[in-house]
Design a protein around this ligand. Structure first.
Ligand SMILES: NC(=O)c1ccc[n+]([C@@H]2O[C@H](COP(=O)([O-])OP(=O)(O)OC[C@H]3O[C@@H](n4cnc5c(N)ncnc54)[C@H](O)[C@@H]3O)[C@@H](O)[C@H]2O)c1
Length: 258
């Protein structure tokens, strides 16, 4: 039976703990949170954008609780650690876990800095440990269906794919605290990352970022350009809207909803 620790007992910490508790091959050995009082408060499963379930307080009896990762790694005999804190802590925590020679699962977004991300990938290779990022959306049935349609060419070759993500200012996770929000890369990293990940999965690199002003007509214009070979949709996001433009658009949405 694999022994796991969950770090950060907010929305995702609860979600992962619940999955571990319901899996007979896994043992939730420890929970780490800088604020131990949240463990009891977050058991009702109302901390995120949807309810992923609830944990009965009795189910956590006998599970060791720590207020920092170092104490947990020093004291526990673990196979893997699930990191569910905000992105600004992902690099240092994942590195620590890999140096302890444990497998590590890091919630999305992986890191804000590609140099740090590449360092973690090399370290995991060197230590022969699993390093996985929590990109869950690619496993959801509607996305799997789109991937199936693309791969099977059921409707012919994919020519154009528009992925947009719209919401008001989120009231969960990093968005609750201004200082954490500012360290977290904003909507591009926290929300649009799901669409960027899906694009990576289908390996098409051909979507248009839906920004605050994007309407159907914009998509028709892009589609016309694609059909007339005026746009190389195999290249990248910035072939279409410009990554800088996408970031500006997302920032505009954030500012408008604050
Ligand atoms: N896969 C998904 O669909 C999905 C959904 C929501 C969030 N996330 C990701 O999960 C991560 C966590 O988000 P969340 O919504 O669960 O946040 P949250 O605010 O609900 O929980 C974060 C927890 O981390 C704890 N924490 C802060 N600093 C700590 C430290 N130094 N050591 C230990 N614990 C510490 C906080 O006390 C808090 O309980 C983020 O990276 C977020 O992007 C993923």
């Amino acid at each position: 039976m694999k022994r796991l620790a969950v770090v950060g007992f907010g929305f995702m910490g609860l979600t992962h703990s619940l999955s571990i508790l319901r899996n007979k091959d896994l043992k939730l050995a420890a929970i780490v949170d800088a604020d131990l009082s949240v463990i009891e408060k977050n058991l009702d499963g109302n901390g995120g954008n949807l309810s992923t379930g609830t944990i009965d307080p009795g189910e956590l009896e006998g599970i060791h609780k720590y207020s920092n990762l170092d104490d947990c790694l020093r004291s526990e005999d673990l196979d893997a650690v699930i990191i569910c804190v905000h992105v600004n802590l992902h690099y240092e925590m994942a590195k620590k876990v890999l140096l302890y020679e444990k497998d590590v699962f890091v919630e999305k977004p992986f890191c804000l800095d590609t140099i740090q991300a590449e360092e973690l990938i090399s370290l995991a290779d060197q230590k022969k440990k699993v390093l996985m990022v929590g990109h869950v959306v690619r496993f959801m049935p509607p996305y799997q269906k789109i991937k199936h349609w693309i791969d099977s060419k059921e409707f012919g070759n994919l020519r154009f794919l528009s992925l947009s993500r719209f919401c008001g200012l989120p009231g969960w996770g990093q968005w609750k605290e201004k200082n954490v929000r500012e360290l977290s890369g904003g909507a591009l990293f926290d929300l649009a990352i799901h669409d960027i990940d899906f694009d990576t999965l289908i390996a098409k690199r051909c979507f248009m970022f839906g920004t605050s002003g994007s309407v159907r007509n914009d998509m028709i214009i892009v589609l016309d350009k694609t059909n007339n070979n005026m746009l190389n949709t195999d290249i990248s996001v910035d072939a279409i809207s410009g990554i800088a433009g996408a970031i500006d658009g997302i920032t505009a949405v954030e500012n408008r909803t604050q």
